[in-house]
Ligand binder design. Structure first.
Ligand SMILES: [Ca+2]
Ligand SMILES: [Ca+2]
Length: 214
């Protein structure tokens, strides 16, 4: 009651002093503040029944890991001799909030091979870290060449790919020479719980989350 009367009076300092005094004199310990008191009161008055647990039903289709592999049929066509970067060359993968492709949520991090691509004996793009972070590749470095392997990465900043999101894969190389790859989202790093593989080509480099989520 004291609070409501105070809130209509234009003496905020006085009101604060009264609230602190009430808190100290009442059932709260001496660490209690006016703000604590008001929060406790608000809690007892909340009868809406809302709680964070209600979100759990929409969290089922989300995944923290991404796998990218060379497109299997293209493996048979790989010509190793003279190819410094065998297979698809992945520079970066961007996770957008929605199809407008304007709000970036995350990039890849902690990329590793599983299993490592070893179709061709030489691969100048064999480092798994090339696909991490923002686009930074050029003609000679800054990307990962799949070489028949599977790249396993995690989304940065503890982000989970969720329904409604879009991912865009940045593959480097001349526009008419992009190599095919496949991508899917996984709930676990081992790849035991993943969505369907989707094939990427020069004309298909963006994927709605719903098509690759488990
Ligand atoms: Ca290549
Ligand atoms: Ca890169």
């Amino acid at each position: 009651m004291q609070f409501w009367r105070c809130s209509t009076v234009v003496i905020p300092l006085y009101c604060a002093l009264v609230l602190v005094t009430v808190a100290c004199a009442g059932e709260y310990n001496e660490q209690s503040t006016a703000a604590d008191t008001l929060r406790l009161d608000a809690g007892t008055d909340d009868s809406t029944g809302n709680s964070p647990d209600n979100r759990s039903t929409i969290d089922d289709r989300r995944a923290q890991f991404l796998q990218i592999r060379d497109e299997p049929t293209a493996l048979l066509e790989l010509v190793c001799e003279g190819d410094l970067f065998p297979g698809a060359d992945i520079d970066s993968v961007v996770l957008y909030s929605n199809p407008s492709l304007s709000a970036v949520r995350s990039y890849l991090e902690d990329c590793s091979w599983g299993p490592k691509g070893d179709f061709c004996p030489t691969n100048s793009g064999s480092g798994s870290k090339g696909a991490e972070g923002k686009k930074d590749g050029n003609a000679f470095q800054g990307f990962t060449s799949l070489n028949g392997g599977v790249l396993v990465c995690k989304w940065s900043d503890d982000v989970f790919l969720e329904l409604g999101n879009i991912i865009r894969i940045i593959e480097v190389g001349p526009a008419d020479q992009l190599e095919q790859f496949q991508v899917r989202a996984c709930k676990d790093q081992a790849g035991d719980n993943c969505g369907e593989w989707q094939t990427g080509t020069a004309s298909q480099l963006t994927f709605p989350a719903g098509t690759i989520l488990p």
